[in-house]
Design a protein around this ligand. Structure first.
Ligand SMILES: [Zn+2]
Length: 87
């Protein structure tokens, strides 16, 4: 679970101006971006439809199926080479 959190990123989306903030590492940073946007772009008022988006990146679950197979095959080859040299 900790690993998943490290691989996640967050962004703030504003429904009023339809813009997305830069991605940040934590939900708290995204809330800061949201607060900054409210003040900077909307005079401190809360825009309609704003939200914090969670992006999961680089996780095994999001990996391309081909990349997954390449990883499995490389691991198998490495294991075979190891076994051949040792046994
Ligand atoms: Zn806005």
């Amino acid at each position: 679970m900790r690993r998943e959190l490290e691989m996640a990123s967050y962004s703030h989306w504003c429904g009023a101006c339809r813009t997305t903030s830069e991605r940040v590492r934590t939900h708290a940073e995204a809330l800061e971006a949201q607060a900054g946007h409210r003040v900077g772009a909307h005079g401190g008022r809360i825009p309609v439809g704003e939200r914090i988006d969670l992006h999961r990146t680089e996780g095994w679950g999001d990996a391309d199926p081909t990349e997954r197979w390449i990883t499995v095959i490389l691991a198998a080859v490495a294991l075979l080479v190891f076994a051949y040299n040792v046994l």
